[in-house]
Design a protein. Structure first.
Length: 82
């Protein structure tokens, strides 16, 4: 399940960016994934829910996933928090 490694990297990126922008809590993470990326959104969401519990900054965050019909991108579109 490569989604676990992908989500670990995403959460590291989110954590770094949240700290550098002075956020104390992340409330929402939005990902954009192209259908050609061969990533299962349900698996990513499962991994997110398991991994976020160990990261206080992200523990209460919601995950939003937008699927693009064409393309193979995978990126963090936005991070919301306070």
């Amino acid at each position: 399940m490569h989604e676990l490694a992908i989500m670990q990297e995403i959460l590291e990126i989110v954590t770094r960016n949240a700290h550098s922008h002075g956020l104390h809590r992340v409330t929402k993470i939005k990902l954009v994934i192209g259908k050609l990326r061969a990533v299962e959104p349900e698996c990513l969401e499962f991994c997110f829910n398991v991994l976020k519990e160990d990261i206080p900054l992200i523990a209460k965050a919601a995950l939003e996933i937008e699927i693009k019909e064409i393309g193979n991108e995978l990126y963090v579109d936005c991070i919301e928090g306070d």
